[in-house]
Design a protein around this ligand. Structure first.
Ligand code: GLA
Length: 385
């Protein structure tokens, strides 16, 4: 990112003077998909691409927001933090400001310019990246940086759930806020206990593959999946005492699954229970350096998201199939909410160029437009730079 250019753009917009620069990453999820709202364990990591932001305090109550990626400037007053459909991306910062105040933290006027180096809607959680960026800016500018990161994470999720209206779990905000270089985060979404796990893939690396299929309608389908899981849980609770679907072991599930009469409801629950189980095995495999096993679990996870959870779609299925056909790829799967967006693949480091060429061509021939590829490390969480 050319920060000098971004800085001069900022001065063009808001005038000269001192300003502070922040970075907030995006995230990938290695495994544990669609279970963070079912009390499951997930294994995401922050990445080294994301959203940069420059900010300056104002002495009044105005908040001016501008983005280099989206041509929509927003100006709001702190006394008027209501969701507005025509404020587009600005609703994320507005939601964060709203809940910062609700949670008893100080807020104030500011001028902000952001620029991301991943496309919005790619499924790498650009929205959570922006939420944590703004939250950390307010933390540093108005709260002496004293608000614990986990609190900022919760505020980001709250903004998305109750301001923007997407009923996401906490995985994205947590991975982005709490990210650590070269570590995956094993997060128990039931109690927010977490552990950093070395992201050591020997002579392999992760390649991110963007289908360039926009995640249209994804928010409503996401909320629909959540409801289906709630329906499954309500039925299961009549037979066994559990708080979340992920409290069920795989053998519990096998015992009680016939009470889930509707196919879609049973399938969703089956994915959730087995995906949670896969996270445990995958974490062990990662710790033990058994990357072949990890790769196999990625493939199983994708198949389950395709066949049981129904959140993949032709583009994600194609890019994952193309990746898995490549000899030096040991496993690939969609990452994030699905319905388009990105997938990840574990690929032999010295074959990455060949891999990109092979998958890129195959995908274009079959789908009709280009995919994009990013090779980026696992990085630190949101911070002032
Ligand atoms: C989105 C949500 C997350 C999580 C994933 C699916 O990224 O924001 O909370 O549910 O989808 O695993």
């Amino acid at each position: 990112m050319d920060l000098i250019k971004l800085r001069s753009k900022f001065e063009e917009l808001y005038g000269k003077g001192s300003a502070q620069t922040f970075f907030s990453p995006s995230r990938i999820n290695i495994i544990g998909e669609h279970i963070d709202y079912n009390g499951g364990k997930v294994l995401p990591g922050a990445i080294e691409i994301g959203t940069y932001g420059i900010v300056r305090k104002r002495n009044d109550t105005r908040v001016l927001l501008s983005s280099e990626n989206i041509d929509l400037k927003i100006e709001v007053d702190l006394s008027d933090l209501e969701y507005e459909p025509n404020h587009g991306w600005g609703n994320y910062p507005k939601g964060v400001l709203y809940f910062m105040k609700e949670y008893g933290h100080k807020i104030g006027g500011m001028e902000v310019l952001i620029k991301g180096n991943i496309p919005n809607g790619a499924g790498l959680s650009s929205s959570a990246s922006v939420e944590l960026l703004i939250a950390e800016m307010i933390n540093v500018l108005y709260n002496k940086g004293e608000i614990p990161t986990v609190e900022l994470v919760k505020i980001g999720q709250k903004a998305e759930n109750d301001f923007v209206g997407v009923k996401c779990g906490i995985m994205d905000q947590f991975a982005i806020g709490m990210g650590k270089k070269d570590k995956a985060i094993l997060l128990d979404t039931n109690n927010l206990e977490y552990k950093y796990i070395n992201m050591e893939l020997k002579d392999h690396i992760i390649v991110i593959m963007n289908t360039n299929k926009r995640r249209e309608l994804s928010d409503s389908k996401y909320n629909e999946r959540r409801k289906e899981c709630e329906e499954a849980l309500d039925i299961i609770k009549e037979y066994i005492e559990v708080d979340n679907l992920c409290d069920l072991s795989t053998s519990d599930f096998e015992e009680f699954k016939n009470y889930l009469i509707k196919d879609n409801i049973r399938n969703r629950a089956e994915h959730v229970v087995y995906e949670n189980h896969r996270v445990n095995i995958a974490t062990k495999a990662l710790i033990e350096g058994d990357i072949l096993k990890l790769g196999g679990l990625l493939i199983e996870s994708h198949n389950s998201l395709r066949d049981l959870y129904d959140v993949t779609g032709v583009e994600l299925d194609q890019i994952v199939d193309s990746a898995n056909e490549f000899q030096h790829c040991i496993g690939a799967r969609m990452t994030g909410a699905g319905f388009g967006g990105c997938a990840i693949a574990i690929v032999k480091s010295d074959k990455v160029d060949e891999f990109i060429q092979y998958v890129g061509n195959d995908y274009k021939n079959r789908i009709g437009y280009e995919a994009e590829f990013y090779v980026t490390g696992i990085g630190d969480g949101t911070r002032e730079i």
